[in-house]
Design a protein around this ligand. Structure first.
Ligand code: NAP
Length: 330
């Protein structure tokens, strides 16, 4: 088993999570399943509900389930997630689903007296022209990326809800803002994938088809920070266990790379030997989104997985997925 924060955090001399009822929403997704893996050997009492067992959009069902099962801690991960194409074409779904899910989980958490909740927001909540590296204070200081505005506003509402419940009801809800995530469990669907999974799939397909070129949208100069889900899962456990004085934390590597370099790295990992061509007729998107993660670094967390090692885990996951393509992630 990989190293986790389990040995670091204790409460009255007992491992922090031991015996605690911990609800992880969205545990079948990329980040949720990483967090479940990181709880291996922790002796926590994990409460896991699939969408079939509990639709988080169903207010009555969520209130009843939480009242009955009484989680002590919640990692609220479940959300409607997608890449730029999905966001641009389904904005109403993103806004509706995420507002419903967050509202239901947070209200239920407050009513049942949950001790602490970590809510996962997103770096798209920051203004497109935020000063780099982006500090938590940059939230709501400027216009958002038009393509993902509905999703971003749902996540800003989630952050604000955490603050409101803390202020009005004395809850202990904190929000985190990660950069682009990747790792095992990612979605490689042509229309729904994020940057890493999208490039990885298309590079692999170019290699298998024996193509000499692989096309990347834009001129390759925009910079992106990527974080492996296992590193984020460790950060979330750290934030849950540590006493914290802030209600919002950026959680990134502190390092970004140009799309050009990311594509080159992915091509190396995949073993594609052709050339990468940039389609400059396509938009570049936001030029940089580097997070200032000094707030969580001060708590002792740091990422452990290099981009190359992380991308290798992604490629292994993708190759395994090709053997079971019915999984819905392709
Ligand atoms: N991926 C990224 O690059 C990224 C970046 C920043 C922030 N985030 C945030 O990180 C979190 C996890 O992202 P992810 O990439 O792991 O997403 P994911 O793989 O799509 O997982 C999301 C999970 O939420 C569940 N879910 C969604 N709506 C639900 C509902 N109404 N009832 C029950 N379950 C529901 C999904 O269930 P089904 O499997 O049934 O659909 C899925 O298991 C999200 O909050 C996302 O906004 C992600």
């Amino acid at each position: 088993m990989s190293e986790t924060h389990k040995s670091v955090f204790t409460e009255n001399g007992i491992p922090f999570f031991a015996g605690k009822k911990v609800w992880i929403t969205g545990h079948r997704g990329m980040l949720g399943s990483a967090l479940v893996r990181r709880f291996e050997g922790e002796n926590a009492n994990l409460l896991l509900t699939s969408r079939q067992e509990l639709d988080l959009c169903d207010q009555r069902a969520v209130l009843e389930w939480v009242d009955k099962n009484r989680p002590e801690l919640i990692f609220h991960i479940g959300a409607k997630v997608g890449g730029i194409h999905a966001n641009a074409t389904l904005p109403a779904d993103f806004l509706y689903d995420n507002l419903m899910v967050q509202s239901n989980v947070m209200e239920a958490a407050y009513r049942s007296g949950v001790k602490k909740m970590v809510f996962v927001a997103s770096n798209c909540t920051y203004p497109t022209k935020a000063e780099q590296p982006i500090k938590e204070d940059a939230l709501m200081t400027g216009p958002l990326d038009d393509n993902i505005r509905a999703y971003a506003i749902s996540k800003i509402a989630g952050i604000e809800m955490c603050r409101a419940y803390n202020k009005q009801h004395g809850c202990n809800f904190i929000s985190i803002i990660p950069p682009n995530l990747y790792g095992p469990g990612d979605n490689y669907h042509p229309q729904h994938s994020h940057v890493v999974a999208g490039i990885l799939r298309r590079t692999h397909e170019a290699k298998v088809a024996g193509k000499s070129e692989f096309v990347v949208w834009g001129d390759g100069t925009p910079r992106r920070e990527i974080l492996h889900v296992d590193d984020l899962a460790d950060a979330m456990k750290c934030l849950m266990a540590a006493p914290v004085t802030h209600d919002l934390f950026n959680v990134g590597t502190g390092h970004d790379l140009a799309i050009k370099d990311l594509a080159t790295l992915i091509a190396e990992v995949v073993g594609f030997e052709g050339s990468i061509v940039y389609d400059t007729s396509k938009p570049n998107g936001t030029m940089a989104k580097l997070l200032d993660s000094s707030r969580i670094r001060a708590l002792g967390w740091e990422p452990k997985i290099s981009e190359r090692a992380g991308l290798e885990t992604s490629y292994r996951d993708f190759l395994k997925l090709l053997e079971t393509p019915q999984s819905g992630r392709l």
